[in-house]
Design a protein around this ligand. Structure first.
Ligand SMILES: [Cu+2]
Length: 153
């Protein structure tokens, strides 16, 4: 019988933690490396902030060094490179896809939107949206389509 009060306390504290987490909706920390001349990168940062990311904005002349360090191949490369919770995020990846990735917590997987397609967050060109893929990749350069976005043309 001695165990019962402990169990009740334990389950109560679990409930409390859950409520607290839901209320706080804690911002997700992300570090973004971008070149000083990149204006679309700045717009992507705004997109992240609007989606409850806490952005650390690192302006560097050598974004390529970050890409080399984190296995971003030329086929995957875009403008900015970001790190969130150990995952590499390359280019104009929509915030909701980053959130989806973080929910599943896969090991050694990053996301990339190669190039700079029109209509991605930060690359709004009027209403024009290119078709594009968000690609997942690992450090061995295995790639998969994580999510496909269709064109509106
Ligand atoms: Cu860009």
């Amino acid at each position: 019988m001695k165990k019962l009060p402990f169990l009740i306390l334990a389950s109560l504290s679990l409930v409390n933690t859950g409520v607290w987490a839901a209320n706080a909706a804690k911002a997700t920390d992300i570090v973004v490396y971008r070149s000083p001349s990149c204006s679309c990168c700045g717009k992507w940062l705004e997109h992240l902030k609007q989606n409850n990311f806490n952005v650390q904005d690192i302006v560097t002349e050598d974004v390529q060094a970050m890409k080399n360090k984190h296995g971003v191949t030329p086929e995957l490369a875009s403008c900015h490179t970001a790190i969130v919770d150990g995952h590499v995020i390359e280019g104009h990846v929509p915030a909701e896809d980053i959130v989806a990735l973080l929910k599943t917590k896969p090991k050694d997987v990053g996301l990339a939107v190669p190039g700079m397609p029109s209509g991605t967050p930060g690359m709004e060109m009027g209403g024009k949206k290119d078709a594009y893929d968000v690609i997942s990749f690992d450090s061995k350069a295995h790639t998969e389509v994580f999510k496909h976005y269709t064109s509106n043309q």
